[in-house]
Design a protein around this ligand. Sequence first.
Ligand code: CMP
Length: 138
Amino acid sequence: MSRTFSIIKPDATRRNLTGKINAVIEGAGLRIVAQRRIRMTREQAEAFYGVHKERPFFGELVAQMTSEPVVVQVLEADNAVPAYREIMGATNPENAAEGTIRKLFALNVGENSVHGSDSDENAAIEIAQFFSDDQIVG
Ligand code: CMP
């Protein structure tokens, strides 16, 4: 078993899609072992997406992620990182495969409904940013 970090983004919480997205996650066999709805601060968003700070969309990304509540989650599965990336679909929903979360729900590349870690190393870093060990119950 391994873990990945997930965010249900503001475009999805705004449209009341938390349960529908969780149903896709659980239907694919991933377990939600921690979950919290928060309003992300500017400091949290800038730190979380620090790797993108030179990208032209950074300002818009931080504004979007702090605009409305998000749901932060820890997901557990065999090979959790690639398992979740497969059901999220491509970053740009125009390129996402049928049945994926982004194909089903995303509006555009910026409002793409979910985030998932891209490596085990980043998953550990991202999980630690939002959850302590005792808040994760597998
Ligand atoms: P995420 O997986 O959360 O990681 C960085 C985010 O930047 C990405 O999903 C997109 O929502 C957002 N983003 C906005 N514009 C772009 C873009 N042109 N290319 C890649 N990511 C973008």
